[in-house]
Write a protein that binds this ligand. Structure first.
Ligand SMILES: *[C@@H]1O[C@H](CO)[C@@H](O)[C@H](O)[C@H]1NC(C)=O
Ligand SMILES: *[C@@H]1O[C@H](CO)[C@@H](O)[C@H](O)[C@H]1NC(C)=O
Ligand SMILES: *[C@@H]1O[C@H](CO)[C@@H](O)[C@H](O)[C@H]1NC(C)=O
Ligand SMILES: *[C@@H]1O[C@H](CO)[C@@H](O)[C@H](O)[C@H]1NC(C)=O
Ligand SMILES: *[C@@H]1O[C@H](CO)[C@@H](O)[C@H](O)[C@H]1NC(C)=O
Ligand SMILES: *[C@@H]1O[C@H](CO)[C@@H](O)[C@H](O)[C@H]1NC(C)=O
Length: 584
């Protein structure tokens, strides 16, 4: 026991005794001797003074505000145990000839975020066991044929965000075991099929942001094992049905951020094992009903930020779909009816869909994650919500309060987002939320949007006894408090119950009083007939200043109004007449 401890201390002290100042030396999770220098500010030729010869992992990097200015030197050759070398954020301009010679155990070479312009084959000579090579974020302009030809065991090659405009023929010569190739962020415009002849074992290909304008079936024909294909953020506008026919093992396809408008029938008919598909941020207007024919295993579908308004095309995947993103489409609630048939759906994202009011049963019963952020919702009926929800996002809507029934249901929700609503901190709206203020920060952090006295105050600093009676602010402010115009021009009615009821009662009372006083005052009018006609014409127009644009109108039963020459006008009219009556 003691001897073990001593041995361990010796080992530790050995690591400690030989360690460059400004670096840390430690045992990594796999039990390898590791040196990490991350303070930055290193200048000149790379040196490994005080780095122990049995070091297995070297990491040299720098913070963004203090990058290194290093040049490569042949220092690694005596470190025969090295398994990983990371020299990043160090402005290395080029790699020397045979500098990695003899590193027969090296698995990972990470040279991202340097200033390398043209790697050559002899740079990598001797790395016969290298499995992963990362050259991301350099300034590589071109790669000659056979650049990687000494890397026979290479499985992962990543050259993202460089300045390569063309892949030279035979560039992947002799790295036939390559499984993962990442070329994203190079302005390639086109991928030539010939290039892929050397890497037919490829499982994973990424060329995101490569300015590609089309898919190319000849390439996929050469890559029958491809399981992951990411061609997001390109300029692809067409997805012809036979295009993907050779990719029969595709599990994950990302075509988000392209310009695809329609998905024809049978587009994915050969992708029987496809599990995840992203077509977000395209110009999708239409899916043909059989677009997903034969797609038997689709579990995740991202259609966010398109122009879809119907969902009938989901029928073929209704049994398997678990995650569905429809955020950012201009959906009408009745266009969402198909959703309720997605029996296995666990996660549904409907953020930013312009939803005004949800009153029909659209949510599948098994849902656990629901995102309704950035809509125009003022009310959510608790009976429509699935009972097993664990995550609910209602942020950036127009809720003024949430009722007790809904909140009881939400007590089981683990992640609840409520920020940025029109919270009205008065007795009508906020009491059920205020009662929960000690339960979690979600409620404490609610910020009141009104009434004026508590505007911008956090709910946690509000006492029940300072809440105002709800209608007070409604009377004084404009019609916006009663009616909110949705983006699609529809009028949503809020605070339907109490405040409107009170208003109606008040109006009725005024009207009643007025009718009574008019009948008695009528004989004092000099132009009684004319006045009555005016009043009627206002009524005929259904035009009422209270409800601005005439979307809604108030009608009262007017039995025998004509004979009695009593007409009901708007409140303004009534007030004016009232003033006249009182004034005379
Ligand atoms: C190497 O270690 C010695 C003492 O252990 C120290 O004086 C010296 O500054 C170190 N050199 C570097 C480059 O870290
Ligand atoms: C390569 O280095 C960069 C920058 O230090 C780091 O972010 C990245 O995770 C490294 N890659 C691997 C595979 O370790
Ligand atoms: C990268 O190298 C070029 C010359 O190849 C040089 O002009 C540029 O300043 C270098 N960039 C940095 C950040 O050192
Ligand atoms: C795909 O679905 C079929 C039937 O729906 C099933 O038999 C098969 O196991 C699934 N394959 C995968 C990879 O999940
Ligand atoms: C808050 O919600 C409004 C719409 O209700 C939206 O325009 C705004 O961007 C949101 N603000 C934040 C910070 O999310
Ligand atoms: C929340 O906690 C504070 C301090 O413990 C207490 O004064 C307040 O009454 C509590 N509020 C509610 C609604 O329970």
């Amino acid at each position: 026991m003691l001897s073990k401890l001593i041995l361990l201390l010796c080992l530790a002290s050995k690591v400690w005794s030989l360690c460059p100042t400004k670096c840390t030396c430690y045992m990594d999770r796999k039990g390898r001797y590791s040196v990490l220098c991350k303070e930055g500010g290193m200048v000149g030729a790379l040196n490994l003074n005080n780095v122990s010869l049995d070091t297995e992992v070297i990491k040299i990097t720098a913070p963004d505000d203090n990058t290194n200015e290093l040049t490569m030197s042949p220092v690694f050759q005596s470190y025969k145990h090295l398994e990983e070398i990371h020299v990043t954020k160090s402005n290395i301009p080029q790699l020397g000839m045979h500098f990695f010679w003899g590193l027969g155990k090296l698995d990972v070479l990470n040279l991202t975020q340097n200033n390398i312009t043209q790697p050559l084959d002899h740079n990598f000579r001797g790395l016969s066991k290298l499995k992963e090579l990362y050259l991301d974020d350099n300034r590589i302009i071109s790669l000659p044929s056979g650049t990687f030809r000494y890397l026979h065991e290479l499985k992962v090659l990543s050259i993202q965000r460089n300045r390569i405009e063309e892949l030279t023929p035979r560039i992947f010569l002799e790295i036939s075991k390559l499984k993962v190739l990442k070329l994203s962020g190079n302005n390639l415009r086109e991928l030539h099929p010939e290039v892929f002849r050397d890497v037919q074992e490829l499982r994973h290909l990424e060329c995101r942001g490569c300015s590609l304008s089309r898919l190319n079936n000849e390439i996929y024909h050469l890559l029958p094992h491809l399981a992951y294909l990411d061609l997001g953020d390109n300029h692809i506008s067409n997805l012809p049905p036979e295009e993907l026919k050779d990719l029969t093992r595709l599990k994950h396809l990302k075509l988000d951020g392209n310009r695809i408008v329609v998905i024809p029938d049978s587009t994915f008919v050969h992708q029987t094992v496809l599990r995840r598909l992203s077509l977000a941020r395209n110009h999708l207007e239409k899916f043909y009903p059989k677009a997903f024919e034969s797609v038997n295993n689709l579990t995740e579908l991202d259609l966010g930020y398109n122009k879809l308004d119907k969902l009938g095309f989901l029928v073929p995947v209704a049994d398997t779909l678990e995650v569905l993103v429809l955020s950012g489409n201009r959906m009408r609630v009745h266009g969402l009816k198909e959703l309720s048939s997605l029996e296995n759906l666990k996660e549904l994202r409907l953020a930013d869909c312009g939803l005004v009011d949800i009153r029909i049963d659209i949510f599948p019963k098994g849902l656990s994650v629901l995102d309704l952020a950035k809509n125009h919702l003022v009310y959510l009926p608790s009976e429509l919500l699935p009972i097993g929800l664990t995550e609910l996002d209602l942020s950036s809507n127009l809720f003024r309060g949430l009722d007790e029934d809904l909140l009881l249901l939400l007590d089981n929700v683990q992640v609840l987002k409520l920020e940025n609503n029109s919270w009205s901190c008065d007795l009508c709206h906020i009491v059920p939320l205020l009662d929960r203020v000690n339960r979690s920060a979600v409620f404490r952090d609610i910020i009141c949007a009104g009434p004026y006295t508590v505007r911008n105050k956090k709910l946690e600093f509000i006492q029940k006894n300072e809440l105002t009676w709800c209608t007070a602010s409604s009377y004084t402010t404009s019609d916006a408090n009663f009616f909110l115009i949705g983006e699609d021009g529809k009028v949503g009615i809020i605070a339907a119950s109490t405040s409107v009821a009170l208003l109606v009662l008040t109006v009725l009372a005024i009207v009643g009083a007025l009718c009574y006083s008019r009948r008695h005052a009528a004989r004092y009018y000099t132009h009684e007939d004319k006045l009555a006609v005016e009043g009627e014409s206002i009524f005929e127009n259904n035009h009422s200043p209270l409800f601005c644009d005439g979307e809604l109108s108030f009608k009262f039963p007017l039995e025998g109004a004509a004979e009695k020459k009593v007409s009901i006008a708007t409140i303004d009219e009534i007030k004016k007449e009232h003033a006249i009556t009182n004034g005379t």
